[in-house]
Design a protein around this ligand. Structure first.
Ligand SMILES: [Zn+2]
Length: 534
């Protein structure tokens, strides 16, 4: 690194990890597949670890990236859009064993993780994939389980001390899987003799009730599981995790991070990972929620935006800040424009202050899902793409590229195959955004001829409209036309603001719309003449 240190939070993490004496760093993401995975829970569970993984790898440290599906967790709630009755008998059972709500999947967990498995590589997220259920069955947690049981009193005391919770003196922190009903949330371990665990299935939870079975078993090989507060540090210990992320709620005083760190040190005798907490994500100023209908999955994101944009969003905000993603308003362009700016900085086509430029360059690099091209690729701002996709839906990308070059919107002279694919992709994404997300004021319905309101214009205003037609007929760039609109207005004694309004009304019967310079040129002089000559 140069003298400007810590361009991004991910690079700062590398500095924390650098001093740790380990052969290899292990970055860890973990998710319970109880419902849909969306861009909100993607932040702590896979995007933040994925970005940190890349930064660690870039720094030349050996590193691996794991993603754990906590499918040994119980089904404790049925998502709002599914029929609760169909799944009642499975409440309290591991998600791995609950049937899929949709045909064609092995289980509930298989269904709810299928989309992440399908698209994560598109975001350049390629972790080692683990099922907690299978890990327990294979005995991966056996050593941790026996260690906890052999020290159960100490583990119990740590949990009580740090979480300030009430637990009976004889509470053994383990969850035996009832051999009769298959539930673990309803069992209580009553005795550990060093090899066998006695238990009774007698607990009542709000989603499941014990079957009253009493039994004795060996706790290994998936016969029991560790409660969350120990399962987490047991995972850090078992997989030698060096960096872990969690939602900020885990970081409260007495929460699972604080408890987990002490348990790992005092029960397992190993060093806890470096940890950071992440804040939540809002979409259009609202919490992400199934009932509000504003959930956007990683796959849905790819329908209207490039994967790099989501990586960029997460790398450009500190993990501990709330991010609001505007999807259903023009504010969405702020993100796309910021990314384009970072790209220009990376290729040396723009520079701001030295520190800001270096920061944006680094954010750009971490956002990439593949090696960026050697030369600066073509840029088409998302707002122009959204406009063009509506106005010229049937034009080929070649024709659109030539038009945008002639308008001066695209400054690059020779477009490569990469550039053409990029234009084509952005136009398709913007089209999808217009159909599925854009606010009404972004939707353009072109007038075929001047509306009746044109007749109410005064002579000056009419003369200004005629003058602008002449400009459109000339060879002119979008930037020149944009400034000519102001000049023509002033030359005819019309307020520029009023003149813009007149033109929008004539063209699309609205008071505002896309930037007029590029819009009018893209419409073409024949069309302009037809509407504006009245
Ligand atoms: Zn039972």
């Amino acid at each position: 690194m140069t003298e400007i240190e810590h361009y991004t939070w991910a690079d700062k993490i590398v500095d924390y990890l650098r001093n740790r004496n380990v052969k290899k760093h292990v970055v860890h993401g973990m998710w319970t597949p109880s419902g849909y995975f969306h861009i909100g829970n993607a932040r702590p569970e896979i995007m933040t670890p994925g970005l940190a993984y890349k930064a660690i790898r870039d720094a030349g440290l050996p590193v691996e990236f794991n993603f754990f599906v906590d499918d040994f967790d119980d089904l404790d709630k049925v998502p709002a859009n599914l029929n609760t009755k169909d799944f009642e008998e499975y409440l309290g059972k591991p998600l791995y064993e609950v049937p899929s709500p949709v045909d064609g999947y092995k289980s509930w967990a298989d269904f709810f993780t299928s989309e992440i498995r399908e698209v994560m590589h598109i975001y350049d997220l390629k972790p080692e994939w683990y099922s907690s259920y299978e890990n327990y069955q294979r005995g991966v947690y056996d050593e941790a389980i026996v260690t906890v049981l052999n020290n159960w009193k100490k583990a119990r005391d740590i949990i009580v001390r740090i979480t300030k919770s009430q637990k009976p003196e004889n509470w053994i922190p383990i969850m035996p899987i009832c051999e009769n009903c298959g539930r673990s949330a309803t069992t209580v371990a009553t005795e550990w003799d060093g090899q066998h665990l006695r238990y009774a299935c007698i607990q009542k939870r709000d989603y499941a009730t014990g079957c009253n079975y009493e039994g004795e078993m060996k706790p290994e090989k998936g016969n029991s599981k560790l409660p969350w507060k120990i399962h987490w540090p047991a995972t850090w210990h078992t997989f030698s995790v060096t960096f872990e992320i969690g939602g900020k709620d885990h970081f409260s005083s007495g929460g699972s991070v604080e408890t987990g760190k002490v348990l790992q040190k005092e029960i397992f005798g190993t060093e806890p990972p470096v940890m950071i907490g992440t804040e939540f994500i809002q979409i259009d100023n609202k919490k992400i929620s199934g009932s509000l209908g504003n959930v956007i999955s990683l796959k849905q994101w790819l329908g209207f935006a490039e994967p790099e944009l989501l990586r960029f969003l997460y790398v450009s905000y500190q993990p501990n800040t709330v991010i609001n993603i505007d999807v259903k308003s023009q504010k969405f362009f702020l993100l796309t424009d910021r990314y384009d700016e970072a790209e220009r900085c990376y290729y040396g086509d723009q520079s701001i202050s030295e520190k800001r430029t270096e920061q944006l360059k680094r954010q750009y690099v971490l956002s990439q899902v593949s090696e960026p091209p050697k030369e600066a690729p073509v840029q088409l701002s998302y707002s122009i793409a959204a406009m063009i996709a509506q106005m010229l839906p049937n034009k080929s990308v070649d024709a659109i590229a030539s038009l945008l070059q002639s308008m001066g919107t695209i400054k690059k002279k020779e477009l490569t195959e990469y550039d053409m694919n990029r234009l084509s992709s952005r136009l398709a994404l913007a089209k999808h955004w217009i159909c599925g997300y854009a606010p009404d004021d972004m939707k353009i319905h072109l007038n075929k001829e001047a509306p009746a309101s044109a007749m109410t214009l005064n002579d000056n205003e009419k003369a200004a409209v005629s003058a602008i037609i002449k400009d459109v007929e000339k060879k002119i760039t979008e930037a020149e036309l944009q400034s000519r609109i102001y000049d023509v207005a002033r030359e005819h004694g019309v307020e520029p603001k009023r003149f813009f309004q007149i033109l929008y009304q004539l063209l699309i019967s609205k008071d505002s719309g896309p930037r007029l310079g590029p819009f009018m040129l893209a419409l073409g002089k024949d069309h302009i003449k037809k509407i504006l000559s009245f």
